[in-house]
Write a protein that binds this ligand. Sequence first.
Ligand SMILES: [Zn+2]
Length: 366
Amino acid sequence: MAPPTRFHLNFVGDVMLGRLVDQLLPTHVHNPEEAAYVAKVVASNPHLKNYDYKSPWGNTLPLFHSSHLNLINLETSATTHAKPWPDKVFNYRTHPANVQCLREARIGYASLANNHTLDFCGEALLETVRMLKDNGIQFAGAGETEEEARRPAVLDLRDGEEKYQVDVWSVSDHPEDWSIVPNFHLIDYTSATRLRLKQLHTLTIETERSDLKIFSVHWGPNYSWTPSDDIRSLAHFLVDECDVDIVHGHSSHHVQGVEVYKGKLIIYGCGDFVDDYAVKHGHRNDLSAVWRVGLEVNQGDVGKRLKVKRLEVFPSRIKHFQANLLPRDDEDHQWVADKLRVLSKSFGTEAQEELGVEGQIVVHIS
Ligand SMILES: [Zn+2]
């Protein structure tokens, strides 16, 4: 058995607390149509009457509570503003009081660069940002200003007297319509984007020291098993040119493979962690995972820095608007494990053959 690592970070993909999840929670936005639909769902599933702020996380909460830092993609606006972004198929919002869900899971970081935080226009995005600030939850990818949207969130990991700094950036490659919003960090795959990302990184290292760099990206089309050449090339660029240690990818709705690249970790797609979506057979968007990353302290030439040692993947399933970890004898656990192994192998990355003691799939990084 591998020795314990010094710090644990948990990553998950989309956390969508809007629409039906919002209506089930004790506080929710005014939406009679969704409320009527939820009333029918509750009538046939009476246990949902007790759905509260802990409910979205199911039995995964202890894993979040035992981590040093939890990072999510918040796939919704949190607002009472009701004017939807025009001509968009899905517009999500959750009541700002539902930030209590994030507090219950001790979420330390929420990515705001995705295709839903502007679903109810600019004022709603600002309300979302202020909700996170008021609750001490760090964020990046959108903000009150352009500068705030592009700068990294700065978080601390502490071990006794020792303190390590973690910087997290967030960007999204869609929707293109939102390129007109300066306080939302949209990217494409041009050399201009690369230059900007490199400049942002360079500005940061001039002003402060970072012990771990994380880049959170909402990228690619839905329901695609393999990242495009553009995506893979950008991931490598982030490692090669921006010194990124962990790429936290999401958007595909289902799990994708991971790549260990030059001793750094690229998670191409975390999958949707909790939502109210219908299940697409074949792609199994109800199956996901908590992606736990183990870090060690490395004594390098320029002092101590954090090093990514290990990835542990805990398969989970969404059912009735709740995520739950899967026992190792559940056939869906096997499904996630097989998918992860096959997709990662196409990048030359092998998961350990034996599962960990908690049933997790283990990938050694360095
Ligand atoms: Zn999305």
